[in-house]
Design a protein around this ligand. Structure first.
Ligand code: C2O
Ligand code: CU
Ligand code: CU
Length: 453
């Protein structure tokens, strides 16, 4: 299995961490001797693992060499809206976009991907995506497995369909209720991957970078393992499970124990739905794992992980309700000029998702949230950490306690949307701005035409 290379920053004057990222078109041999046209960042498929630390002043240089307009969104980053890389920050062909911000959030496994209005599904499907890992001092001191590629291993899971000549089948990306559901799995862009582990305990950072498919990740022998982190950071303590559900855009950090010379398959049991209006059930082998004859000894898993206070809803918190019907949110589809919600800086709110039809998920830019309940019941313990994306089962009600940041810019929206990319492209997205508390009523709800490309 390929491991995406780590991209360490060039250190610039004033403590600035610089990263050069070029979105490129190229070819990739998923099958030997069969070059397929693909997109990647600093390479032909996927991108490097960008590594930043809390406190870094980050300066990105993002160059668009794919031959059509796109964006690059930092999924999971708390930053000013103009730096977010959403549909308002288009990068013209051959142009370079240079967002800058200071990393101020806990350690987490985040990622980056294009976010052009109505075109995200194809841009991600062709391979433009990568990991964005945030480190912090507290987590560095925890003694978790952290040797990248050795006992701290990224797994970017994607489903694909291949044509007979080994090229990516693209026809289904923009069709059907859920859009693309593949019949083959790539991990880190590797078809039929296998991995030799050399440690008794291995941390996997799993990203579901698929267009639509939901995975329930575990092992063929049903062994248990520990979840240590959700999308936006570590859990309060490790949670033992035997399956982790991940919908598109979600991440999980897990720690798995191995014994010398054993073999095991990481697999996915898919979603157990029987209705035709939900994502079909499918089982996949994800990764064949062999343990070396001698393994480096395990560090004990720390009993306490995150040092951050849990996200608690405040009494009297503002409640916003989002009714999901087909691919509409509150009976509307995305309008680049419409501001749907105005949120005061630093707010803690409750967002209620009321799904009246088929399965979706829900991602909010800029924030971290905690899932309070799903159909009135608390979520499984392994998903009670900080998140930015949540699966919303068909006809389910999900309540989130959401913490917003403090970068105010009433003219630049952040997005919230379904991360099933076909739904996002169909307009299942809304826009919110963060405004200075007390000024919410003055914020114009319509953006000037210039913002609409
Ligand atoms: Cu991962 Cu709005 O996106
Ligand atoms: Cu995002
Ligand atoms: Cu959806």
């Amino acid at each position: 299995m390929k491991i995406p290379p780590e991209l360490r920053p060039t250190r610039q004057a004033g403590g600035v961490a610089g990263f050069d990222l070029a979105l490129r078109a190229g070819t990739t041999e998923f099958f030997t001797g069969q070059p397929a046209p693909t997109w990647g960042i600093n390479g032909s498929y996927l991108g490097p693992t960008v590594r930043v630390s809390r406190g870094d002043k980050v300066a990105m240089r993002v160059t668009n060499e794919i031959g059509e307009p796109t964006t690059l969104h930092w999924h999971g980053m708390r930053l000013p809206a103009k730096m977010d890389g959403g549909p308002h920050q288009m990068i013209a062909p051959r142009a370079t976009w240079t967002p800058e911000w200071t990393v101020d959030q806990p350690a987490a496994t985040s990622w980056y991907h294009p976010h052009p209005h109505e075109r995200t599904a194809m841009h991600v499907y062709r391979g433009a995506a990568g990991l964005l890992l945030i480190d912090d001092e507290h987590t560095n001191a925890l003694d978790l497995p952290s040797e990248y590629g050795i006992d701290d291993i990224p797994l970017i899971i994607q489903d694909k369909r291949f044509n007979d000549d080994g090229t990516l089948h693209e026809a289904a990306v923009d069709s059907g209720t859920f859009g693309f559901l593949g019949d083959e799995i790539l991990i880190n862009g590797t078809h039929n991957p296998s991995l030799e582990v050399t440690a008794e305990r291995v941390r996997f950072r799993i990203l579901n970078a698929s267009n639509a498919r939901v995975y329930r990740v575990g092992f063929a022998d049903n062994r248990s393992f520990h979840v240590i982190g959700n999308d936006a950071g570590l859990l309060p303590e490790p949670v033992q499970v035997d399956r982790v559900k991940l919908s598109p855009g979600e991440r999980a950090e897990i720690v798995v124990a191995f014994t010398a010379a054993e073999r095991v398959v990481m697999n996915s049991l898919g979603e157990d739905h029987s209705d035709a209006d939900s994502i079909e059930r499918d089982e996949f082998d994800l990764l064949r794992i062999t343990a070396a004859a001698r393994l480096s000894p395990a560090k004990t898993l720390p009993a306490r992980l995150s040092a951050e206070p849990a996200i608690e809803p405040r009494t009297g918190a503002q409640v916003r309700r989002f009714v999901l019907t087909g691919t509409e949110i509150n009976d509307k589809t995305m309008d680049m000029r419409r501001i749907d919600e105005v949120v005061p800086a630093g707010a803690q709110e409750i967002w209620e998702l009321d799904n009246t039809t088929y399965a979706h998920n829900f991602h909010i830019h800029e924030v971290a949230f905690r899932v309070l309940d799903i159909n009135g019941a608390p979520p499984p313990a392994y998903m009670r950490g900080p998140k930015d994306t949540v699966f919303v089962p068909k006809r389910a009600k999900v309540r989130l306690a959401v913490t917003f940041g403090t970068y105010t810019d009433p003219g630049s929206p952040y997005m919230y949307h379904c991360h099933i990319l076909r739904h996002e492209d169909q307009g299942m997205m809304g826009q919110f701005v963060i405004a200075k508390p007390g000024t919410e009523q003055q914020v114009p709800r319509t953006l000037p035409d210039a913002a609409h490309h």
